[in-house]
Design a binder for this molecule. Structure first.
Ligand code: ZN
Length: 208
């Protein structure tokens, strides 16, 4: 099988770098693995230069076509942040599923063709280093998970990270800082000063 191109679009001058491989890792932020490994990375993490250059980079369709089956806009405090899941069935009937996490923006369509922009890289969710007011783009990366015929597989066996798509660089300087986690931080800061909601009266629980 010919490897697919990595689903990232960047200028000719940039390249894609792997920052965390697939499989068992020592990183305590990663959850338990499918076979009881203490920490397991269910995909690969990719950046394009530093995190500031990576924030807002376009995520494109790496297959002849894709159908988006899930979109999650979970907020900055969810581990996976914002993500999309999409599937492509090849000529031999093999289903290729990709899982993309930490997006800063997700486009509306459900069907895409190769090279179409589906979403943008961000730092929503559990990323390290965590973004701060001083460095709002910190931790931006693409988490790419891959299932080949429903089997969790190392994305490096299917995607060539030396062969990204080519397009314009993101323009963070023209954008507002990533807003989602800023809102979450302000809410957390304000919480002690806001009137506490009165908990609803507990109905009498029937005894089992
Ligand atoms: Zn990851």
């Amino acid at each position: 099988m010919q490897p697919f191109r990595v689903p990232i679009s960047i200028p000719d001058t940039q390249r894609v770098t792997l920052t965390q491989p697939f499989g068992p890792v020592s990183n305590p932020l990663e959850p338990e693995g499918p076979n009881g490994e203490p920490h397991f990375h269910y995909g690969i993490d990719l950046v394009c230069g530093d995190d500031h250059h990576t924030y807002g980079v376009a995520i494109v369709c790496p297959f002849p076509s894709i159908t988006i089956t899930e979109k999650t806009w979970e907020g900055a405090m969810n581990p996976t942040g914002n993500g999309i899941v999409g599937v492509y069935t090849d000529a031999e009937g093999v289903v290729h599923k990709i899982v993309l996490w930490h997006c800063s923006k997700i486009n509306d369509a459900i069907e895409y063709k190769e090279g179409d922009v589906m979403a943008y890289i961000g730092n929503a969710g559990l990323v390290f280093p965590a973004p701060s007011l001083r460095d709002p783009y910190a931790g931006a990366h693409l988490h790419l998970g891959y299932y080949r015929g429903d089997i969790l597989t190392d994305p490096l066996t299917a995607f060539d990270i030396t062969n990204p798509y080519r397009g314009p660089a993101p323009t963070q300087a023209l954008e507002m800082p990533p807003a989602q986690w800023v809102v979450a931080k302000i809410e957390a800061f304000m919480a002690p000063f806001l009137p506490q909601a009165t908990p609803p009266a507990q109905p009498n629980q029937p005894t089992p």
